[in-house]
Design a binder for this molecule. Structure first.
Ligand SMILES: Nc1nc2c(c(=O)[nH]1)N[C@H]1C(S)=C(S)[C@@H](COP(=O)(O)O)O[C@H]1N2
Ligand SMILES: [Mo]
Length: 525
């Protein structure tokens, strides 16, 4: 703030002159237009400070809960109709999140602009020091109130200060970028907008890499537990050698959740409590969980919103505490559970589904990534992804049947997964030979066979399957090579270990998962 006020003190007259000149130059023709012009300049300047504040906050804290956009994002999510949220998350996926996020950023910039506007008006009337201080302090205080983060608040104030500094002539971007002779007021406003945009660009460049640390399921970390290393190597060996086909451990695990900005829990403050219909309520901190005997398991997840041949289905090696061991101390006295995440998400289902599950704190030999529920998530064998609650903080045992987050939004995704064979890869090999391949998953029922038809369903041939990975809830890969010279349709269908065939009747994901057999037109050269 000291730096900000001295900055403005030196330019009081400068700014006063600049706006007066601007005002007078226009008022010579029409007074009303001059006022309008001044307002336009002030509003543009305020908007630029809003952008600057968001950029400054982002620069210092990144895409985390402390980022000033987070509370606005929560608001956008809460204010959007349920149907729209469901559509955006399940149909638009990443795009839906981006659209919601862009709206939240715009709303944040607009709100912060309103907060700086009084300061900007005071400043434009010649009282730079007072205007600058008010314009900077007000958003700073509000950002602190909204995020509870001093760093985020300081970032926002720096952003505002830089923009107002540009507007009062301290930073002359316009001298470099603007060759046209424009009125000083206009040039200053352009300079302010330029500095706000530059600050945003700087934030994006500096923050991008740090915020998206992709964890590849393929690279085994150097410090991996020997058992984890052996299992991940085994998955590599067992993966079918098909050009372009995802291996048995997904290099890039899909992400579906209600957040645009994921929770950023600290393992030091995180707790997991077991409450409700239990003999004794128990609370664990992260080190309690970490000191319990750990189990390593392959487990596949699939979102109930996944399209029939979509890609919201992946497999990883998870490490954590078996649910049964963790729930033992509390001694549940009810047969339903509600799992709650720190993001406000929750899901409700039968405790029998949870008991064979795992509370995972590691994924593919690394701490659970933030996107997948750091520090702890639930893994419920054979059920749709939605009950595998991430950022898990509470397990509430209850005696009656209630609804979860998605059931209130007309989804029925708490049950067991449907059997599916995906056709994820088609390779044209030498001559007329065609290779089709993919992944098949039937939850805990397991995959027994994948059958392929190349004559429109007249005849079926069993495809080659990858050897099963250890585990009771794991997908398999399949591959089929044949020859064809004419255009045709290839169809794949899976059979589970009970011998039951994947359902033929076509239906979309809503409300309880896609059904049908995947087919693909093949055009041999
Ligand atoms: N806390 C929390 N847990 C959650 C969700 C969520 O929005 N919040 N989404 C669920 C859904 S719908 C799915 S499909 C899986 C996806 O897990 P992933 O993102 O690790 O692939 O997480 C589930 N767990
Ligand atoms: Mo999901």
């Amino acid at each position: 703030m000291v730096a900000v006020s001295t900055t403005f003190r030196g330019t009081v007259r400068d700014t006063f002159m600049c706006y007066q000149t601007y005002r007078m130059s226009v008022s010579r023709t029409r007074t009303e237009t001059a006022d309008q012009g001044l307002w336009r300049a002030q509003i543009s300047l305020a908007l630029a400070t809003g952008v600057g504040a968001v950029a400054g906050s982002y620069l210092l804290v990144g895409r985390r809960p402390a980022f000033v956009v987070t509370p606005f994002d929560r608001f956008v999510l809460a204010a959007s109709p349920d149907a729209l949220v469901a559509f955006a998350i399940t149909q638009l996926g990443g795009l839906g999140h981006q659209l919601a996020f862009v709206s939240a950023v715009a709303l944040t910039c607009g709100t912060l602009a309103l907060l700086t506007l009084p300061g900007v008006v005071i400043l434009a009337n010649g009282r730079s020091r007072t205007g600058g201080s008010i314009g900077t302090l007000v958003p700073g205080v509000v950002v602190f109130g909204l995020t509870g983060s001093g760093l985020s608040s300081v970032g926002a104030m720096i952003g505002v200060a830089v923009v107002l500094g540009a507007a009062t002539g301290m930073v002359r971007w316009s001298a470099i970028t603007d060759y046209r002779p424009v009125s000083p007021g206009r040039r200053r406003v352009l300079g302010a907008i330029g500095s706000a945009l530059s600050l945003s660009a700087l934030g994006m460049i500096l923050r991008r890499r740090g915020d998206r640390a992709p964890v590849s399921g393929i690279d085994i970390p150097d410090d991996a537990d020997p058992e984890v290393r052996a299992l991940l190597n085994r998955a590599k060996e067992l993966s079918l050698n098909v050009e372009g086909l995802e291996p048995l451990v997904s290099p890039d695990f899909y992400e579906v959740d209600i957040n645009n900005i994921n929770p950023d829990e600290s393992r030091d403050t995180w707790t997991l409590s077991v409450t409700g219909a239990v003999e004794t309520e128990v609370e664990y901190d992260f080190s309690d969980i970490e000191s319990m005997p750990v189990e390593h398991r392959f487990a596949t997840l699939r979102c109930v919103g996944d399209q029939l041949n979509g890609y919201q289905m992946d497999n990883a090696l998870w490490s954590g505490v078996p649910a049964e061991a963790l729930l033992e101390d509390a001694n549940p006295r009810g047969d339903r559970v509600i799992l709650r995440g720190v993001d406000g998400y929750y899901n409700e289902f039968h405790i029998d589904a949870l008991m064979p599950g795992l509370f995972a704190h590691r994924m593919n030999g690394r701490p659970l990534p933030r996107a997948h529920g750091y520090p702890i998530r639930a893994l419920v064998p054979g059920h749709w992804g939605e009950i595998n609650v991430k950022w898990l903080t509470e397990i509430e045992v209850q005696t009656e049947d209630t609804m979860g987050y998605w059931e209130y939004r007309d989804w029925q995704g708490t049950g067991e997964v449907n059997t599916v064979a995906k056709i994820w890869q088609v390779n044209h090999l030498a001559g007329p030979r065609i290779e089709v391949a993919g992944h098949a998953y039937a939850g805990t029922r397991g995959i027994k066979a994948v059958e392929v038809s190349t004559d429109g369903g007249e005849s079926w041939v069993e495809a080659e399957l990858s050897e099963p990975l250890p585990g009771t809830d794991v997908w398999r890969q399949w591959r089929f090579v044949y020859s064809a010279v004419e255009s045709h349709e290839v169809i794949a269908r899976a059979r589970d270990q009970n011998g039951d065939l994947q359902k033929e009747e076509k239906d979309g994901p809503r409300p309880d998962g896609a059904t049908g057999w995947v087919s693909k037109p093949i055009n041999p050269h």
